[in-house]
Design a protein around this ligand. Structure first.
Ligand code: GLV
Ligand code: MN
Ligand code: MN
Length: 429
């Protein structure tokens, strides 16, 4: 008899364990950026758990951890189950990591029963979904999906290290990042479980949800150059204060997003003020901008409107401003056939019609869709809170998620019938 209950609790407990000690790079909270000391310690721990669950494991050329549970035939194509193991600064314990440890639990259950499939199961912990170390995200899942990723050598982390430096410190070569690419056909489907990071499931009393698709997003860097000066002697009328201009920019960002319709959102989440002293008028500000919407056109129109507002504010205040696009990720619908199968698994476990919802958060699944059909399972999280140490999940919800994933994998048609394949062959999906 399979002990489903203990697997879900164990997954939650493992996330908690990975939220402290050697698994975080900050005191009193969780920060696990790609390729840092905590990241490497976490991979070693995950590798032990993967081995216990009957998997071999390796670190790929992008620094992702890849566990593999062989199928009935060696070298069979794989169902990939994954999410990310990096975190934002002072983040929660379940964002990303829960999907990885749940993947291990899925395999552990089949291993305990001696069940193998005609496909392999791979559990992948991706490296930089958050972009919390460098100002771009998802380099490592893009590499796996076969995109030709060449990180800009000018990208630096907060300590001044480049992507090449950070990779070299882990024995990896930036020139070989794309060797992590999986050949088409070697991955038959991608399944990701993730906390919702929003309030809908809790408000409607659903333990689980099924994701219909992921919104489009863009990341920008805004640099405002004013004139630094003495805070005691520089007359107010003569100042070119970069931070005062930045304050207006933030309000303009908020205004544009609030005036938009639907699910348009825009955020300034990071700001560096230079020289950063009490008695100096700020001379330079570097800030981030994140813009998202289900429709790429709506995202782009909003970004253009923000760009015009920034130019107007700069003109009016006599400062220079530059807006640079750092990253664009397109909206990614999940595969209709796999999503239907996942909804059936959720309905079988919960006894309720599956709640379908779109994701405003980015996920590795939006990139993996280049490689294979994708499906995503959401778990309710307390208060919809995420990117925050207060992130919390219920054990019974995690049990339900595990049961739904096991049911999905157990029933997965092989070879899978994706809507993409159906479309290619001119049949209705
Ligand atoms: C990751 O959580 C993102 O949505 O940026
Ligand atoms: Mn995440
Ligand atoms: Mn996140």
């Amino acid at each position: 008899m399979v002990n489903v209950v203990s697997g879900g609790v164990r997954a939650r407990v493992r996330c908690d364990l990975l939220g402290e000690g050697a698994f975080t790079d900050m005191q009193g909270g969780l920060f696990r950026p790609w390729l840092g000391p905590a990241y490497r310690a976490t991979q070693a721990q995950l590798g032990d758990w993967m081995a216990e669950a009957g998997m071999g494991w390796r670190i790929d050329a992008a620094g992702n951890i890849v566990g593999r549970y062989e199928g009935t035939q060696p070298d069979a194509p794989a169902l990939m189950i994954g999410s990310h193991i990096d975190s934002v600064h002072d983040g929660g314990r379940y964002d990303g990591m829960l999907g990885v440890v749940l993947g291990i639990e899925v395999v552990a259950q089949f291993h305990a029963r001696g069940v193998r499939f005609p496909f392999a199961i791979e559990v992948v912990g991706f490296g930089d979904e958050e972009g919390s170390r460098f100002p771009v995200s998802m380099l490592t899942s893009q590499a796996v999906a076969g995109r030709a990723v060449v990180p800009d050598p000018a990208l630096r982390d907060r300590t001044g290290l480049s992507v090449a430096d950070a990779m070299a410190a882990c024995g990896l070569d930036v020139a070989r990042l794309c060797d992590a690419a999986r050949a088409p056909g070697t991955v038959v489907a991608y399944l990701e479980a993730h906390i919702e990071q929003g309030p809908v499931l809790e408000a409607e009393d659903h333990a689980l949800g099924v994701v219909s698709g992921i919104v489009a997003q863009k990341r920008f860097e805004i640099v405002i150059e004013g004139v630094a000066g003495h805070a005691g002697t520089m007359a107010m009328a003569l100042r070119h204060d970069a931070l005062a201009a930045a304050a207006e920019v933030i309000l303009a960002v908020e205004h544009v997003a609030r005036a938009g319709t639907g699910d348009l959102v825009a955020t300034v989440g990071r700001m560096e003020v230079l020289p950063g002293a009490t008695n100096v008028v700020p001379g330079r500000v570097v800030m981030s901008l994140d813009v998202r919407a289900a429709l790429a056109q709506m995202r782009d129109d909003a970004a253009d409107a923000i760009g015009r507002a920034v130019a107007g504010i700069a003109r009016q205040r006599g400062v220079a401003a530059r807006v640079t696009e750092m990253q664009a990720l397109e909206a990614s619908p999940c595969d209709a056939v796999l999503t239907h199968a996942l909804a059936e698994a959720v309905e079988a476990v919960t006894g309720l019609p599956a709640r379908r919802l779109s994701s405003g958060a980015g996920h590795d699944a939006m990139v993996l869709a280049d490689l294979a059909p994708t499906a995503m399972l959401f778990l309710r999280c307390r208060g919809g809170v995420s990117h925050n140490p207060a992130e919390a999940v219920r054990d019974d919800d995690v049990e339900a998620a595990l049961a739904a994933m096991v049911a999905f994998v157990g029933a997965m048609p092989y070879p899978p019938e994706s809507d993409a394949a159906a479309r290619r062959e001119g049949r209705p999906a």
